[in-house]
Design a protein. Structure first.
Length: 116
């Protein structure tokens, strides 16, 4: 069945991209919130800290994990470092999830006897 081959190919691509750090980064609700904030515009650590109740050290740790997963990038502006969303990887991830959902929903329609 071609749908299964597509899923396998995507899973292979995820493993190739070393997906474990990516999903580990996305597993934490605080890091997902950071990504939602950075979706709008770049922020410095100080500006980001205003959105959270945890310490600056915790925020730096979360940002480090997001950077390791290549979900955020940095840019130095004078004395400050600004964090922004790495849109290329997030767009790829969103596209992958949507396609996987479409494939699995199409497969469930096929297995239940419905047509798409």
């Amino acid at each position: 069945m071609p749908e299964r081959l597509i899923v396998i190919r995507y899973l292979d691509n995820l493993l190739y991209m070393n997906a474990q750090p990516l999903f580990q980064a996305l597993a934490d609700p605080s890091r997902r919130q950071i990504l939602r904030i950075l979706e709008k515009e770049p922020f410095s650590v100080g500006d980001l800290a205003r959105h959270f109740t945890f310490s600056l050290a915790s925020l730096s740790h979360h940002l480090s994990i997001l950077r390791s997963a290549d979900l955020v990038r940095t840019e130095r502006r004078g004395q400050q470092i600004f964090y922004f969303l790495n849109t290329s990887i997030t767009e790829d991830l969103y596209r992958l999830i949507i396609e996987l959902l479409e494939i699995t929903s199409g497969e469930s329609a096929i297995t239940s006897g419905e047509s798409r």
